[in-house]
Structure formats: structure tokens, C-alpha cells
Ligand binder design. Structure first.
Ligand code: AMP
Length: 281
């Protein structure tokens, strides 16, 4: 596995790979790799039919608000390198903040509307940070296929919209959520949870399972489903709901009824730790 830190070198590598008719799959991450991240590599190879995979590891300062956990965000570069290599990554791209954001940079990429709902309500500058860095990474790596996890479904839908609107070449694949044995979606932030919080955190996935059962039994009204989810989560004294919503995946606007391909998504605080989860029907 090659380690590349310079954007120029990364881009030169990709240009050469393309001349060699390689199909490049790209997996952007902030590191602190777990099985959820590693599953995306396999999806790039199988579903994306890629014969070479580039993973980026970059904790993007622009997507953290000043009151968020940028400084505290877990970093484990040496271990990440080993995990990525064992999982079959060909190139790991690990740029510095100075290279990604030169002091004279003035350009931001923002996807209107989709970025200001759901997680955008409590994190108003977050998605602008994500789309700006992903646009830069896509220009540098120039992949035919880019894989994101459904775990961050809103992020994935926003990036799909950006790629379409900016006429970028890459195909976006959304990969399934990888979960712990009890159902909790894997996340680098799960390590912030105390043991009591960790026990109660399973209420996110369980509330989604409950919603799915109601829908399978014929319930269509969003309000009824959301009420049941709220009540279920409120049984856990350490959980504080940020939002629970049913939206259309194209517009991310709320819908009064669930339908095929509705996104049911939620964010719940445990202390300062904010967890997210979702299902797509
Ligand atoms: P992050 O490092 O949190 O920015 O995540 C990098 C990528 O991994 C994003 O596309 C996430 O959606 C994806 N990801 C994170 N956790 C999971 C998970 N549990 N299952 C599948 N994909 C995930």
C-alpha cells in the first residue's frame, strides 16, 4: 500500500492509473477506522467493479463547528494504515490541513436546502464543510466510483446532488450500515460513550426496528410512527432526542406518510455525544 500526502502526487498517481485503464474506487474517511469504514473498500471492488482502491484519511476541520469535537476527534494514524492495508487499500491519501486549505483559499461548495435540514439544523455549517472537502478530494483523486456509507445518509444524498449539479464524473455508491452485535451502528464516536450510555444507545436502532414493524403491519402515518419512536427512546433516561424524521430522499423534506424509499432518520444525544442512525424503506 502506498501512502501519499501531497495532493499533487495523489493526482499524478490517479492520472497514471487511468492511463493504465484502471478503474479507481475512492473511500473518503476521517480515519479511526472500524468495520463500517472497511466494508466500503469491498463495496468499491464488488459493486463498483474497481480494480484499485484509494482511501483518504483526513479529519476535516471545516466540517466541525467551533464548539464541536475537532480537537478531541479520535486519531490513530499508525493503526489506520495497518487496517487499510490489511483490507486491501492500494493507496491511502493523508493530506495536511495546510495542503487542503491554503491560507488564501476562498472557495466553498454548498448544496442549498438539503444542507439546512435534519442534521443541518443543529450543525448549520457542517455540510458546507463536507461538500467543500469532498469536492476537493474528488478533484484530486478523480475516481470513477466513490463509496459512502448509509450511516450518514443525509451526507450521501447531499453529495449525490453536488456531483450531479457540478457535473462531476464519479459514480456515488451508498453502502449498507455495519452494526455492532446489539444493533448499534458502528461509529468512531461510539468510544465517547460511558458504559451506561453505550447500553442505552441501542435504542436508536431498536426504535427504527419498531418503526419498520409498524410499517410492515400497515401503518403509513409519519406522525404515528414518529410518536412511537419518541416514546421508545424516552424510556432511556440518558437519551435526548435531537430529531426524528421521515423524509423524501430526493428533497429531504418531511412527508406526512411513509412510502417506498422514505428515509427515517434520527439523531440522539447521550451527554455531548450525538449519535445518528436511519433506515431507507
Ligand atoms: P467518517 O470517517 O465518519 O467520515 O466516515 C467515513 C465513511 O464511512 C462515510 O461514508 C460513512 O458514512 C461511512 N461509515 C461510517 N460508519 C459506518 C457504518 N457503521 N457502516 C457503514 N459505513 C459507515
Amino acid at each position: 500500500m502506498m501512502v501519499i500526502t501531497s495532493p499533487k502526487e495523489m493526482n499524478a498517481w490517479s492520472q497514471t492509473a487511468k492511463l493504465q485503464k484502471k478503474r479507481i474506487g475512492f473511500v473518503p474517511t476521517m480515519g479511526c477506522l472500524h468495520r463500517g469504514h472497511l466494508s466500503l473498500i469491498e463495496v468499491a471492488r464488488s459493486q463498483g467493479k474497481c480494480d484499485t482502491v484509494v482511501m483518504s484519511v483526513f479529519v476535516n476541520p471545516l466540517q466541525f463547528a467551533p464548539n464541536e469535537d475537532f480537537d478531541k476527534y479520535p486519531r490513530q494514524w499508525e493503526l489506520d494504515k495497518k487496517l487499510a492495508e490489511d483490507a486491501g487499500v492500494d493507496v491511502i491519501f493523508h493530506p495536511s490541513s495546510e495542503d487542503m486549505y491554503p491560507a488564501n483559499a476562498k472557495t466553498f461548495v454548498e448544496v442549498a436546502d438539503l444542507s439546512s435540514v435534519m442534521c443541518g439544523l443543529t450543525r448549520p455549517t457542517h455540510f458546507r464543510g463536507v461538500t467543500t472537502v469532498v469536492a476537493k478530494l474528488l478533484n484530486i483523486v478523480s475516481p470513477q466510483v466513490t463509496v459512502f456509507g448509509q450511516k450518514d445518509a443525509q451526507q450521501c444524498f447531499i453529495i449525490r446532488r453536488m456531483v450531479q449539479d457540478l457535473m462531476m464524473e464519479t459514480k456515488i455508491i451508498m453502502a449498507p450500515i455495519i452494526r455492532e452485535n446489539d444493533g448499534l451502528a458502528m461509529s468512531s464516536r461510539n468510544r465517547y460513550l460511558s458504559s451506561d450510555e453505550r447500553t442505552q444507545a441501542v435504542c436508536l436502532s431498536q426504535s427504527l426496528e419498531r418503526a419498520e414493524k409498524m410499517i410492515n403491519a400497515g401503518e403509513k402515518r409519519s406522525a404515528v410512527i414518529l410518536k412511537a419512536m419518541h416514546e421508545y427512546i424516552q424510556q432511556n433516561p440518558l437519551a435526548k432526542v435531537d430529531y426524528i424524521t421521515v423524509v423524501n430522499t430526493e428533497t429531504l423534506q418531511e412527508t406526512a406518510e411513509v412510502f417506498n424509499k422514505s428515509l427515517i432518520a434520527l439523531a440522539v444525544y447521550f451527554g455531548k455525544t450525538r449519535l445518528i442512525d436511519n433506515i431507507i424503506l
